[in-house]
Design a protein around this ligand. Sequence first.
Ligand SMILES: [Zn+2]
Length: 174
Amino acid sequence: MDETDDSRLDMALRDTYTRGYNGAPSGLPALAFGSILFWKGFAMTRKEAERQEAIVELRAKIQPGATIRTILRHVSRSGMTRHISVVMPDCGEISWLVGRALDYRRHNDGGLVVGNCGMDMGFAIVYSLSHALFPDGFDCIGEGCPASDHSNGDRDRTPHKHSDGGYALRQQWL
Ligand SMILES: [Zn+2]
């Protein structure tokens, strides 16, 4: 670093100190960079807002203990990708909302485009959905409660909290 660089750095530091860290950087490149960050932030915020809206809407339809059905629409020739629709007994097709809530793309056939991870993807979708809807767990629904705690020895069916929200919903293939 030569003397010029040194004094430039010094000036930049002094600038930062006098304006504070929140002061807007100056110059055209900084302005351009700033707008990129702004638009990126805006796009992310909008996506997050849509995600939250979808969760609120789904939460209004779905109670713990509900059975969510999945329909396999398509399996790619390689077997790596599946299109899966999500259906509720009383509300019909909810794939669109589930896609928004869990960030899955939707195919023209209506199914969510899901990469196959070597597991039951119908179960995986409903587990993730359950987690998104009940992130803080859920209250035991008594007889027929789907909580994994009960298969792990919890015989208590009186009102108490299940901490894993992922098991609030049941999944069934159609
Ligand atoms: Zn329970």
